[in-house]
Write a protein that binds this ligand. Structure first.
Ligand code: PXL
Length: 275
């Protein structure tokens, strides 16, 4: 049977991030994608308003409809925005007994939108992270979750991954998108570090890169890959998507989700380090 992935996340109207990125990525990787929209993100130039959360009833209806009629081999969470949405999502995930849970602890968008309220961080740590097969923080998110100062080096990423592992997820991937030098990501399973390195691509157009990367991991897990295999494949996918990203009319442009399938030129150097 074709494998299925459910994204519980925000709608990014511009099409590069959020559930739009997730669906495009699932499709590219041959996985049937479904969604539960937690909030709509689109700035209204007339009112200045930019985030429209959905009611708990609306989110629950989507989750139950998907799980009842389609099912899921993996669930991914993205923008959850409030403590209440986090708590409910943790409950739905537990009820679902789905095999793989990917938690992208989305906090601030590339264009500065607040995608998780500050008072929701504690419930993210307590209720959601322990349910995860893998969590995928970037450097500022890892620091924020740990109440630590800024991460700057690969050593900082490794220390953060170890500490985050103590919060309960099976695997922690701390992404080095903001390092100097190549884009090195660190995966930790409580025993050893798996390192993934790709060349740094000089572009500002990376809107939705984190969503796309974690969606690719979700798709690969849904298809039966191990976590390190899923991350390696996803790293190639996101590197191609960033390499072929573009600015459209204005602002930070999206990555190109179809690039991996269209241009076969992506490499990722992978190695294991003992702790
Ligand atoms: O890239 C983070 C992100 C996640 N989810 C939604 C977003 C964004 C950034 O724009 O809009 C809905």
């Amino acid at each position: 049977m074709i494998r299925r992935a459910l994204s519980i996340a925000g709608s990014a109207a511009r099409g590069g991030a959020g559930i739009q990125a997730d669906l495009k990525t699932f499709q590219e990787l041959g996985v049937f994608g479904t969604t539960a929209v937690t909030a709509i993100v689109a700035r209204n130039p007339r009112t200045g308003e930019g985030i429209f959360p959905q009611s708990i009833d609306a989110i629950e209806a989507q989750v139950y409809t998907v799980l009842r009629d389609i099912g899921a081999d993996a669930i991914k969470t993205g923008m959850l925005f409030t403590e209440e949405i986090i708590t409910k999502t943790a409950g739905w995930i537990k009820e679902s007994s789905v095999k793989h849970v990917v938690v992208d602890p989305v906090m601030i968008g590339k264009i500065g939108s607040v995608l998780l309220k500050e008072d929701a961080i504690e419930s993210m740590k307590k209720e959601l992270l322990p349910l995860a097969t893998i969590i995928t923080p970037n450097m500022p998110e890892a620091a924020q979750l740990l109440g630590a100062s800024e991460l700057l080096t690969i050593e900082d990423l490794k220390l953060a991954a170890k500490e985050l592992h103590g919060l309960g997820p099976a695997y922690v991937l701390v992404k080095g998108g903001r390092l100097d030098g190549p884009a090195v990501d660190v995966l930790y399973d409580g025993q050893q570090f798996y390192m993934f390195e790709a060349p740094r691509i000089d572009t500002i157009h990376t809107n939705g890169a984190g969503c796309t990367y974690s969606a690719a991991i979700t798709a690969e897990l849904a298809k039966g890959s191990t976590v390190p295999e899923a991350v390696e494949h996803a790293k190639k996918f996101i590197t191609a998507a960033i390499r072929h990203s573009f600015g459209f009319k204005q602002g930070v442009g999206p990555t190109f989700h179809a690039a991996y399938g269209m241009y076969d030129e992506t490499a990722c150097k992978t190695w294991v380090e003992e702790k």
